[in-house]
Design a binder for this molecule. Structure first.
Ligand SMILES: [Mg+2]
Length: 241
């Protein structure tokens, strides 16, 4: 099954009730592109970015020069959370790893807690995440056979599930990068049904960008965007006002 189909199956299974609530679709900002984040970034401690069709075209290999000034400006307070597979996460790291940490929350067969996989400063960190205490244990050094472990990912938390976004916020609090008790967070993405619903379920501010390079998406993704995401998300977000 493709990443996209896995996302749909997981979203419908776990979040079908959330999809009927207009409050899940609240959009706080509608932006032409991430270039406009230059005007917003001052108001936020942490910006969570989607990748495909938000930062560049679908599975693209290069950054967009027009976005570069804004990305350089927000790089110290921004992180990527993607729904892609681990293999695709490596490609995201190759394109954006010098700017932003790249994150994914997963379950391994052999570890009871979920683990945050986080590429930062060129290194992969594996952090076990206690969802109740919101604390992390760094497993990176104990993992002699990291590659073997990575083959054993049994569950990938995908947006709109807010757990990966919460993990990234909690991790930044845990390491003291942002204040423990408060903080202002912004979720940025191009799709209502994944990014915007995720931001609302995580209880943070949301920004919807116009999709970049969406004509390079697979046909099933394009149909999903124009037949479901835009009409349903657009209508529900109007009701959410
Ligand atoms: Mg996207």
């Amino acid at each position: 099954m493709s990443d996209h189909h896995k996302t749909v199956v997981q979203a419908v299974k776990k979040h079908w009730k959330d999809y009927f609530k207009p409050s899940s679709y609240k959009v706080d900002y509608r932006l032409k592109s991430v270039a406009q984040l230059s005007f917003l970034e001052e108001n936020y401690n942490l910006i969570i970015l989607d990748r495909d069709c938000t930062l560049h075209g679908y599975h693209a290999k290069h950054r967009i020069p027009d976005f570069e000034p804004a990305l350089q400006r927000i790089k110290k307070k921004s992180e990527i959370v993607s729904n892609s597979s681990f293999e695709e996460m490596l490609r995201i790291r190759d394109v954006f790893g010098d700017l932003f940490p790249v994150n994914k929350l997963v379950f391994f067969a052999s570890i009871a807690s979920p683990c945050l996989l986080r590429f930062a400063d060129g290194k992969l960190n594996v952090l076990s995440y206690n969802m109740e205490t919101r604390e992390f244990t760094d497993l990176t050094r104990n993992l002699s056979q990291k590659d073997k472990l990575l083959e054993k990912i049994v569950y990938n938390f995908r947006k709109p599930n807010p757990s990966a976004v919460r993990a990234v916020i909690d991790y930044n609090k845990f390491i003291g990068a942002i204040p423990k008790e408060k903080g202002r967070f912004l979720m940025v993405g191009d799709r209502y049904l994944t990014d915007i619903v995720c931001g609302n379920l995580a209880g943070i501010t949301t920004a919807l960008v116009e999709p970049v390079g969406h004509t390079s998406e697979k046909i099933s993704l394009m149909l999903g965007r124009w037949l479901i995401d835009v009409p349903v998300g657009g209508l529900m977000s109007r009701l959410a006002r």
